[in-house]
Design a protein around this ligand. Structure first.
Ligand code: PMT
Length: 221
């Protein structure tokens, strides 16, 4: 049985991958299953926290004792996270958020034109939710945690991302078509804005989640 070291705390976790619609039948998306975010939500609840889980397109069953807010796009995820973060002690962004979305949403299904090459898809930037919350904390003393999904130069890219995003902790994990996405296991290095580095060996996503909450709890005091 876990220590109730997060009792009385409200934590917000985002999970899954956003989908950015092109037309009523197609979207730009990514391979996140939501499992890492759900493991974070379950372990926080087991440690006594009140948990809001903002879930993007996961299709996973709601964890017991957790408030689940389903969302589709990055813009919807931002709105739900900001609303829940207003009174939160910690925000953990495990969701894979699309950096860009199609500039135009076609109200009807885009048709192929006989003999013609397709039009290129113009993209526009999505808001960076992690950077926004880190810069302008909805509540004083709030601990903000990001994830970095990297395919190469994992640690170097993670360190740069930690500075750019301005969060307190950044969980750096390597991803690929069959790596981390959708699996039950993960391995990572948790970088702290204070220069700390906490390696987490390969193991269940719950084990990584518990290390994240240990580091959050230490920062909440
Ligand atoms: O869901 P699983 O299948 O279990 O896989 C887990 C995971 C690989 C999705 C997870 O461990 C993970 O790495 N999540 C973050 C994925 C991601 O979007 O990484 P990023 O390096 O592109 O973004 C960095 C951080 O900024 C993330 O915390 C992200 O939530 C946040 N972000 C990114 C873009 C954006 N527009 N707004 C954001 O807030």
């Amino acid at each position: 049985v876990a220590e109730p070291d997060l009792a009385g705390r409200h934590v917000v976790v985002s999970a899954g991958g956003t989908r950015e619609p092109l037309d009523p039948v197609r979207f730009l998306g990514n391979r996140s299953s939501g499992k890492q975010g759900y493991a974070l939500a379950r372990t926080a609840a087991a440690r006594g926290a009140r948990v809001t889980l903002v879930a993007a397109n996961t299709g996973l069953p709601d964890p017991a004792g957790v408030d689940v807010v389903p969302v589709g796009t990055a813009v919807q995820l931002r709105e739900a996270v900001l609303k829940a973060a207003a009174d939160a002690d910690a925000v953990v962004m495990a969701a894979a958020v699309a950096d860009f979305r199609p500039a135009v949403y076609a109200a009807g299904k885009i048709k192929k034109q006989d003999g013609q090459d397709p039009e290129p898809v113009a993209l526009i930037r999505n808001p960076d939710i992690l950077a926004e919350i880190s810069a302008d904390r909805p509540r004083a003393g709030q601990v903000v945690v990001g994830f970095a999904a990297e395919t190469d130069d994992v640690l170097a890219n993670g360190r740069t991302k930690l500075r750019r995003k301005g969060c307190d902790l950044l969980v750096v994990n390597e991803v690929g078509e069959r790596k981390t996405f959708g699996s039950e296991e993960n391995e990572a290095v948790v970088l702290g804005a204070d220069g700390s580095e906490t390696p987490v060996p390969h193991g269940p996503k719950e084990a990584l989640a518990d290390v994240v909450w240990d580091l959050v709890a230490a920062r909440l005091g």
